[in-house]
Design a protein around this ligand. Structure first.
Ligand SMILES: C[S@@+](CC[C@H](N)C(=O)[O-])C[C@H]1O[C@@H](n2cnc3c(N)ncnc32)[C@H](O)[C@@H]1O
Length: 347
């Protein structure tokens, strides 16, 4: 039987034991970057004192949060991605959202990645949206859906290819509309209108030849092992392009951006590339370490990830693909309609 193409970190005790000895942070510690002032903490997003340790006296104009989604990923209920009751999940969410809110400046944006489990009444998305009404300082601004190229689901049902992103604002934040333009050319003509006495059609009037992403993003590839940005072992990695779109739209160069659920460090990397400063943390020292390593790896090599090579190669810890040929992997993918990893990257 073919093994999973990469080893999953969060439910592999022996692998965790080996990796932990190569992590520079233990719980409660914060690493500070000398070059761009980024910070990476090994901290709990739901503990006020931890978030204060990360933030110091600073406040942010953009928070990009990607918590666990309260679903069992790949049949493994782990500490990193736990499934609990909806009530407990929402209670926990209320705490980290309150911690985030207390760090937001007036005129700031909050984006939250979330999922809806169709097997359990679309929890927690629906419950989370209602819970968010308890924060009167936050105004719902947009409900974005990103199309995942690869989804998981069943051949007897609609395939799940969606990823939800909620966008809230506090006050009147900036929005850099240029970040909204995709690389997809406009093809539709029509919408004629008279301008200065001359009949024009929409392409003549528009600011760009390309369409805007709007609130349904169809131009972003879900991360898989052939992409440079892939970080082996990080099963919930978001595409860099998606996070860069958020960062460009809702912050300016030099701004401070926060992300309390770092995992592979996508927000950190987006900030580095776009000249923002990022304060991020993860409760797990291994993911805090991977986030730091990804930043260092990018500075050293210009690469956005390790593709299918281990981020812990220097420590001779192999997280590489161990499965057979591409063909075997593709067959498995086609058969199960799961991701190449046998479980979805999007929890
Ligand atoms: C969905 S992943 C984030 C993915 C990330 N956006 C990326 O692109 O790699 C969620 C992460 O939150 C971390 N986490 C879970 N509970 C946490 C908590 N209470 N505080 C901080 N991090 C937590 C997990 O260890 C996991 O790495």
């Amino acid at each position: 039987m073919a093994r999973e193409p990469i080893q999953r970190i969060d439910n592999n005790h022996e692998l965790r034991r080996q990796l932990l000895s190569h992590c520079r942070l233990t719980y409660g510690e914060v690493w500070e970057d000398r070059v761009c002032r980024h910070r990476v903490g090994c901290l709990d997003a739901s503990k006020k004192e931890d978030i204060l340790r990360l933030m110091g006296d600073e406040k942010t104009s953009l928070a990009v949060q990607d918590p666990p989604y309260n679903i069992v990923v790949g049949n493994a209920n782990t500490t990193n991605l736990p499934k609990t009751s909806v009530k407990d999940y929402i209670q926990w969410s209320r705490i980290w959202v309150a911690n985030t809110c207390s760090m937001l400046r007036d005129g700031s944006s909050l984006y939250v990645w979330l999922g809806a489990d169709q097997n359990y009444g679309f929890q927690p998305l629906a419950d989370f949206m209602i819970m968010m009404r308890q924060f009167p300082e936050l105004k719902a601004r947009s409900f974005i859906t990103m199309r995942n190229q690869r989804g998981y689901g069943t051949q007897k049902n609609w395939m799940a290819v969606r990823q939800e992103l909620l966008y809230y604002i506090k006050g009147e934040p900036k929005f850099n509309v240029d970040a909204e333009y995709t690389a997809i050319p406009k093809i539709l003509r029509g919408y004629y209108k008279k301008v200065n006495g001359r009949m024009t059609e929409n392409l003549e009037r528009s600011k760009s030849e390309n369409i805007r992403a709007g609130n349904v993003w169809v131009d972003i590839q879900q991360v898989f092992y052939r992409m440079e940005e892939n970080v082996p072992g990080c099963y919930a990695q978001k595409p860099l392009k998606a996070v860069e779109r958020i960062v460009q739209a809702s912050s300016d160069a030099g701004d401070l951006v926060v992300d309390f659920f770092a995992h592979s460090g996508t927000t950190l990397l987006a900030c580095e590339r776009l000249k923002r400063c990022c304060f991020t943390c993860d409760i797990d020292p291994i993911f805090a370490e991977i986030a730091i390593r990804r930043l260092e790896h990018c500075r050293k090599t210009g690469k956005t990830g390790w593709q299918f090579k281990s981020p812990f190669r220097d420590a001779a810890i192999d997280l590489d693909i161990t499965c057979g040929s591409d063909e075997q992997i593709m067959t498995k993918q086609d058969r199960s309609q799961k991701s190449l990893f046998g479980y979805s990257r999007i929890p």
